[in-house]
Design a protein around this ligand. Structure first.
Ligand code: ADP
Ligand code: MG
Length: 202
């Protein structure tokens, strides 16, 4: 059996992360792999509670710094309770978002807090995925998809097109900075076309 892998999906809202992470998990399961499909923020009971603190209620409840602490606390619990145990059991872990989302959302959009994000990551998380799919796409189309979906928890969509443009460039910069683990995927295609490109990484 091949070494269990930790794989993440990243990209702007509406880019197809949830769709493609589900499809890749199904594809690997069909090949007989033992897969855990998880997500952030959340992915463990404690981290799901922190998710509710972050994504429901008054968006201005937390300062940007406190928000980074909460995301990091959630990630630490997710790692301890879900990701590491699954990898130790030989399972492949696929996470819909991980640390790159905090680097981009909290590091780049709420003031220049990337240094805090990186320091906390190396102190409390210290683990990168083996493989990250960054789904890149036209923010206007992604925004329309996201708005059509109308999920109450995705409050980031409220910030609109300029915000999505900033996020897109943040993800592109990350893909550029970490070519060893990041694969850039063109999300401006049909779900089938995207899924078949990703399936080549099975
Ligand atoms: P994300 O998790 O990145 O926010 P989703 O996978 O939830 O994105 O997709 C957002 C919406 O767009 C969903 O309604 C989904 O069905 C739809 N969608 C996903 N991928 C595509 C695609 N390649 N083309 C058209 N619509 C898509
Ligand atoms: Mg999603």
């Amino acid at each position: 059996m091949s070494k269990p892998r930790f794989i993440t999906f990243e990209g702007i809202d509406g880019s197809g992360k949830s769709t493609q992470s589900r499809r890749f998990a199904d594809h690997l399961r069909a090949q007989g792999e033992d897969i855990i499909l998880t997500r952030e923020p959340g992915g463990s009971p404690g981290a799901e509670e922190i998710r509710a603190l972050l994504l429901t209620g008054d968006p201005d409840r937390w300062s940007p710094e406190t928000e980074i602490l909460l995301f990091t606390a959630a990630r630490r619990d997710h790692l301890e309770k879900t990701i590491q145990p699954a990898l130790a059991q030989g399972k492949t872990v696929i996470s819909d978002r991980f640390a790159d989302s905090t680097r981009v959302y909290q590091g780049a959009t709420r003031g220049d807090l990337r240094g805090i994000v990186d320091s906390l990551h190396s102190l409390m998380i210290g683990r990168e995925p083996d493989l990250t799919f960054i789904i890149d796409m036209d923010p206007q189309t992604a925004l329309q998809r996201g708005l059509a979906r109308k999920s109450g928890e995705d409050r980031f969509e409220e910030f609109g097109l300029g915000f999505q443009e900033t996020l897109r460039h943040g993800f592109l910069a990350l893909a550029h900075a970490s070519p060893d683990r990041c694969v850039l995927i063109d999300g401006n295609r049909t779900p089938d076309q995207i899924a078949s490109e990703i399936a080549a990484y099975a």
